[in-house]
Design a protein around this ligand. Structure first.
Ligand code: S3P
Length: 455
């Protein structure tokens, strides 16, 4: 469902063709890992000490909700947090509805985390989140004995979830290629009786599995010969607070990476980026497009692989991106589509059905944004083809539909298109990447408030 920005509070911005981008881009902490660190910290006993936490709207919404369940979360400095958890199964019923703002991950993982505790909570969010399907999470949770009241078949928010006391372990196949759904089931299983078995065909991000292990959960992951993986997790279990170092977010890095690739003469270094193979589909695709990206100093931090990226302006070539790669780059299609607009030839991306249920209908938003800036696209079913151009015209205004990644992707386009690209609202960029504008300007990007006469 499209979301029209509120003219009172929206803030348009336009990006102009810029000179070479140069320098070091210190992107903030990974959103997925930040969310999980707070949630597991609130489920553990003892203290969890977090460094590098993403300080953004989505993460702060989750922190607020966890306080509503009775956990103590304290910011001790930028990115440094301490969480005093209550123990698995000990969350208390919140006194008021929990407002998750724009955060699908926060709300869905917390639904799982409270599902096997006999308390009720009501979940609300902004216009974007209130239009996203929650049935994909709460329907599978019913097997634990959970009941819920949401809006309509998709179980939209406002949604009230009634957790189950003395829940049995379950066996479930996660039908959607969603790490959020898988994670919600894993968190619910922590307080269920016995061994829960979860199978997922798609190899979605595995941060929950890794972090659960670090917090002391009894969890085992096995690759299946038919593809996908089977996870077993024991309950009830006690989690123990630990130390979490959050690596830098590859999904936020993606905007500076593509900007450096398409703006002639650029060279940008991005240190300490998360390189978990379940998140590197964009890097793989860009390299297939002949992008010059060096990965240096591969190392481990906080149980995850990280590395320093050096990105050089490159002549890009169109490629075909298989559907099987979608889970490892699910948030990166808007920025890949922008890179594809500057490539020689056609770039075809297959299996994009999950894009329709993100912060906006991203497939529709990508197509509309590209077309508004003179780029030709073809959509057949869930496949998108972008026809690359020697010179991307630009000059259009892009409807962001409260979607941070649409806003940042099309601002990136404006840095290399002939005419500026305007996005109708940038306020929601703060949900994932509040430093975005400053960071891009420091590299040499030119962005300004739109003035009618200059368009
Ligand atoms: C996330 C999973 C993905 C992704 C989202 C973060 C996570 O969503 O799009 O930004 O942290 O688990 P889905 O699980 O819906 O694919």
């Amino acid at each position: 469902m499209p979301h029209t920005p509120d003219p009172e509070n929206s803030q348009p911005l336009r990006a102009l063709r810029s000179g070479p981008l140069k320098g070091v881009a210190q992107v903030p902490g990974d959103k997925s890992i930040s969310q999980r660190a707070l949630i597991l910290g609130a489920m553990a006993t003892g203290e969890t000490v977090i460094s590098g936490l993403l300080e953004s709207g989505d993460v702060h919404s989750t922190a607020g909700a966890l306080r509503g369940f009775g956990a103590t979360l304290t910011q001790t400095g930028p990115g440094n947090w301490r969480v005093q958890g209550l123990g698995v199964g000990n969350w208390r019923a919140p006194a008021a509805p929990l407002d998750f703002g724009n955060s699908g991950t926060g709300s869905r993982l917390v639904m799982g985390a409270m599902a096997t505790t006999p308390i009720s909570a009501t979940f609300v969010g902004d216009a974007s989140l209130m239009s996203r399907p929650m049935a994909r999470v709460v329907a599978p949770l019913e097997a634990f004995g959970v009941t819920y009241e949401g809006q309509g078949e998709k179980a939209l928010m406002p949604l009230t979830l009634h957790g189950a006391g003395d829940a049995p372990a379950i066996s479930a196949t996660v039908a959607t290629a969603s790490a959020q759904v898988k994670s919600a089931l894993l968190l619910a299983a922590l307080n269920a009786r016995g061994t829960t078995h979860i199978y997922q065909k798609a190899l979605t991000r595995d941060h929950s599995e890794k972090m659960l292990k670090a917090f002391g959960a009894k969890i085992h992951v096995t690759s299946c010969s038919e593809g996908g993986e089977a996870i077993t997790i024991e309950g009830p279990v006690a989690l123990h607070g630990c130390t979490v170092e959050v690596p830098r977010d590859p999904s936020s890095a993606a905007f500076a990476i593509v900007a450096a690739l398409i703006v002639p003469g650029s060279q940008v270094t991005l240190p300490g980026i998360l390189l978990n193979p379940r998140r590197t589909g964009l890097l793989e695709t860009l390299r297939e497009m002949k992008a010059h990206i060096d990965i240096k100093n591969r190392r481990h931090s906080g149980g995850e692989e990280i590395g320093d990226l050096v990105v050089h302006h490159s002549t890009l070539y169109g490629v075909t991106v298989p559907a099987s790669r979608a889970p490892s780059m699910i948030d990166e299609y808007p920025i890949l589509a922008v890179a594809a607009a500057f490539a020689h030839g056609r770039t075809s991306m297959h299996g994009l059905e999950e894009l329709r249920v993100k912060e906006s209908d991203r497939l529709a938003a990508i197509v509309a944004g590209l077309n508004a800036n003179g780029v030709v696209t073809e959509v057949v079913g869930d496949d998108l083809t972008v026809i690359g151009m020697e010179q991307v015209p630009g000059g259009g205004t892009v409807a962001t539909h409260m979607d941070h990644r649409i806003a940042m992707s099309f601002l990136t386009m404006g840095l290399a298109s002939r005419k500026p690209v305007t996005v109708d609202d940038i306020t929601m960029i703060a949900t994932s990447f509040p430093e975005y504008q400053d960071l891009m300007r420091d590299l040499g990007a030119v962005m300004e408030a739109p003035q009618e006469d200059k368009q």
